[in-house]
Design a protein around this ligand. Structure first.
Ligand SMILES: *Cc1c(COP(=O)(O)O)cnc(C)c1O
Length: 396
């Protein structure tokens, strides 16, 4: 028995995506920069993929750059906006406290170069408001970067409205839409987005490939130097098989989005109801503005790592905080950002489901979590202190 509920970390590749890749490994394997027929066939496939991705995002093909993933796209978007701003003496960037580390660490790097970074609070619900962004924008603001949906607690930000504020003030707006793609409607024109990042492996495509959308006219700074691929904006021989797989996966996810969203959200709600019944537990993140596949809870008196390992013994693949921070003893920066104290943030569990999960699996997960939480509490000295009144409960 193995139940996969860690889709925010990565997803299983779909059959469609795998099959879309195969011909570009053993038949049309030439370098798209080569002038011979086979090279030109590869080039055609690449440009066809670019058109299909552009159509889904509502932009022009030349506004699409293929990258090695979400991290590279985030890095390139932010560094590019910083360089554009610096030329005009603008060295202020606005973001949020709960971004992915691909964003936060890029901002750290720019801070060392003399940029001033404002990180907006996200409140207890894990939401940013357009008003917060508006109030934070200054004369010297070069960029606003706010994620579409959070990878840990699944909260969805008012991207269109934040984009409108930025447009109005003439400030570039980037969004990390890695968790949103395939779950939420994305249209860069309608939603006032100047730059956007995607990652293939978060919507049943391959790993190591992603997309940066950059509105035409935005001068990109290269992160990878070398050949003139991607109109000189991203060097390196294009990963055609991965690009074809990602494109097919994105089309498939978007085509089925309405159906899967409804089904997955029903499973999510069942999971949330089941886990809410555990005493002294709390759902992290807003219950309304939330990705259809995300469940994130804190359980008082237990430790997330032990919870994960025991769930793994029962065949449930889950996560505590994000995959990037697991292995470190620091609690999740996202849970701290929504105001969970350290000891509570440590007892967290993220279950990110998919359309592949069944109702039986959801029942199994609920049972498994209930059993493991009760077991861990039964051997926890902290829990004994709480129940015997030597310590106050934080989660009522
Ligand atoms: C996974 C993820 C990334 C990184 O994408 P990679 O393709 O793994 O580099 C960036 N941002 C968010 C929100 C993510 O969930």
């Amino acid at each position: 028995m193995r139940i996969y509920a860690d889709n925010a970390a990565t997803t299983k590749m779909s059959r469609t995506a795998i099959e879309a890749m195969l011909p570009y490994m053993d038949k049309i394997y030439a370098n798209p920069s080569s002038l011979h027929t086979l090279g030109q066939e590869a080039k055609e496939a690449l440009e066809n993929a670019r058109e299909r991705v552009a159509k889904i995002l509502g932009c022009e093909p030349r506004e699409i750059i293929f990258t090695s993933g979400g991290s590279e796209a985030d890095n390139q978007a932010i560094v590019s906006a910083a360089r554009i701003g610096a030329k005009k003496g603008k060295k202020h960037i606005i973001s949020t406290v709960f971004e992915h580390h691909a964003v936060l660490h890029t901002l750290d790097k720019l801070k060392k170069e003399g940029f001033e970074i404002t990180l907006l609070d996200v409140g207890e619900k894990g939401l940013v408001t357009p008003q917060q962004v508006e109030e934070a924008i200054r004369e010297d603001t070069a960029l606003v970067t706010v994620m579409f949906a959070n990878n840990e607690i699944g909260t969805i930000q008012p991207i269109k409205e934040i984009g409108a504020v930025c447009r109005n003030k003439g400030v570039l707006f980037h969004t990390d839409a890695v968790q949103a793609a395939g779950h939420l409607h994305i249209d860069v024109k309608e939603q006032n987005i100047d730059m956007l990042s995607l990652s293939g492996h978060k919507f049943h495509g391959p790993k190591g490939v992603g997309v940066l959308y950059a509105r035409k006219g935005i001068a990109l700074t290269n992160i990878i130097e070398g050949g003139a691929q991607e109109k000189g904006r991203r060097a390196g021989t294009e990963n055609i098989p991965a690009i074809m797989g990602m494109t097919a996966a994105l089309e498939e996810a978007v085509k089925n989005m309405d159906d899967t969203t409804e089904r997955v959200a029903a499973l999510r709600n069942k999971l949330i109801d089941g886990l809410s019944a555990i005493p002294h537990s709390i759902l992290n993140g807003d219950s309304e503005n939330r990705l259809p596949n995300n469940v994130n809870f804190c359980f008082e008196g237990i430790e997330g790592e032990s919870l994960l390992l025991l769930l793994d013994d029962k065949g449930v693949c889950a996560s505590s905080g994000s995959a990037c921070t697991s292995g470190s003893l620091d609690p999740s920066h996202v849970l701290l950002a929504i105001g969970r104290p350290h000891e509570i943030a440590h007892g967290s569990l993220r279950l990110s489901i998919s359309e592949e999960n069944t109702e039986e699996e959801i029942d199994y997960i609920i049972n498994a979590v209930v059993q493991v939480v009760f077991y861990l509490r039964s051997i926890s000295p902290v829990w004994r202190d709480l129940t015997e009144g030597r310590q106050q409960f934080v989660i009522k």
